[in-house]
Write a new protein. Structure first.
Length: 193
């Protein structure tokens, strides 16, 4: 499936607004993004400072995700949790917004989470496998071993009870195996299909 990738689909603008193709299997495959997406999800977060994650789904129901912010602005994060990876526990992140139109492709083997940077955010994402409650897992967002630089504006985030009880990286027995591609930071220059 390839590494984590930051993608910015082209927008066609005219006096009415804009149009963007957010998924095309052929053009995304040219970028190294190949996945058979089977489920679309949409979440809405009311206040700024909502933090969701860090989540994953274990094999045999592991999920790759293609995440975009349809409304508002978020900081989106992927953490390498593949056993044997030289970048195990490392993270990369990017700001995704309605305005910039960027998306983050997160392969299976990475935990995912995001922080809302303004009120009224909607996050849409495609998943390569169906939701399976028995396979869900996660890591605590605040784990000092991960040292994620969440852009918290001076306050604590709003986290669900379930997410606040997730374990840390120490002692974590990953169900994922390293595939030969270490995590590299996504950087500031997105790929364009």
């Amino acid at each position: 499936m390839g590494p984590v990738k930051l993608i910015a689909p082209r927008r066609l603008n005219d006096p009415r607004g804009w149009f963007a193709e957010t998924w095309n299997a052929h053009s995304f495959a040219r970028l190294g993004v190949e996945a058979n997406f089977v489920q679309d999800n949409l979440s809405r977060s009311g206040p700024r400072g909502v933090l969701r994650g860090l989540h994953f789904q274990a094999p045999p129901h592991a999920q790759a995700k293609l995440v975009r912010c349809a409304r508002g602005r978020i900081f989106d994060v992927a953490v390498d949790i593949r056993r044997g990876s030289p970048s195990f526990g490392a993270w990369t992140g990017a700001e995704l917004s309605e305005e910039n139109g960027r998306m983050l492709f997160i392969p299976a083997g990475f935990a995912h989470g995001f922080l809302t940077l303004q009120d009224d955010c909607e996050v849409a994402y495609k998943a390569s496998d169906f939701y399976a409650a028995q396979s869900e897992g996660g890591l605590i967002w605040s784990d000092p071993d991960l040292a994620i630089a969440w852009p918290l504006a001076g306050g604590a985030p709003l986290v669900s009870d379930k997410d606040s009880r997730l374990p840390g990286l120490a002692g974590f027995q990953s169900p994922f195996v390293y595939d030969g591609e270490p995590l590299t930071p996504v950087g500031d220059e997105p790929l364009t299909p």
